[in-house]
Design a protein around this ligand. Structure first.
Ligand code: G3D
Length: 229
């Protein structure tokens, strides 16, 4: 009886873990994103949920965020805006660094990832084309083919975050979708891709973005099984 109760308890409290890569060019806001998430969501070993809002914006502004050399990893305990939806989910994030020299390492992580967040600096129009090319390389990388019946195309959801929308020089979502990234959006719209406007520094759109991503990760579960912790 004890064993039955114990296994039911374990079954009930077991958490699904999804691995998510945070990619994008250098200076896009990847490290700031991970640091802000750590403030907004509790880690799996903590019980109390951190509160979001202006406080986290102040904290993140006062932090000295250094460019990522190597990798920056953190796990959070996800809690959706509708708390009854998708309980018991951990998200493990990998910020791999965006300098050109580090990008060749990204593909090593594709096989074990369940989703990708690609962050764009919406003010850096000169590098939009580089963003486009980088995303094309990611989505068509050879390493997807091993688990995709030889079809070398991405098989996990991609969330594109158009960051720094708080700045007056930021290009807005409509212009990004219908202008700079029109080819990308039309080429990838049949896949699991979403482009959302955010300000990581100001905590605008972060929870909504994660809600979209988690919905898609769970939807893609049959294709890419989570780990159970
Ligand atoms: P990276 O990890 O992708 O290289 P970082 O990028 O997280 O180091 O961020 C690069 C710079 O962009 C940082 O400024 C950071 O504060 C800023 N940044 C990140 N997100 C936002 C945002 O939403 N709005 C604004 N205005 N700035 C943002 P510094 O000055 O430290 O280089």
């Amino acid at each position: 009886m004890f064993h039955l109760a114990s296994s039911l308890y374990t079954q009930y409290t077991k958490r699904e873990q999804y691995n998510v890569l945070i990619l994008g060019l250098d200076n896009a806001g990847k490290t700031t994103f991970l640091e802000h998430l750590k403030l907004l969501y509790a880690s799996p070993n903590e019980t109390k949920k951190a509160e979001g809002g202006p406080d986290t914006t102040e904290t993140i502004r006062s932090k000295r965020i250094l460019p990522t050399v190597g990798q920056n990893v953190a796990t959070i305990k996800y809690e959706g805006t509708d708390s009854h939806q998708f309980a018991n989910i951990n998200l493990k994030f990998w910020d791999l660094g965006g300098q050109r020299s580090l990008r060749s390492m990204w593909s090593r992580y594709y096989k074990s990832c369940h989703g990708i967040i690609f962050i764009i600096d919406s003010t850096d129009t000169e590098r939009f084309h580089e963003c486009y090319e980088t995303l094309m390389e990611i989505t068509h990388d050879q390493s997807w083919s091993d688990e995709n019946n030889g079809f070398d195309f991405v098989n996990v959801p991609i969330l594109m975050m158009a960051n720094k929308q708080d700045l007056p020089t930021a290009v807005d979502l409509i212009s990004l979708k219908t202008g700079y990234f029109i080819d990308l959006v039309s080429e990838l719209e049949a896949t699991d891709l979403k482009l959302l406007p955010v300000s990581i520094l100001e905590n605008q759109g972060l929870r909504e973005s994660l809600d979209w991503l988690v919905t898609r990760l769970v939807y893609n579960k049959a294709n890419k099984m989570p780990q159970y912790k």
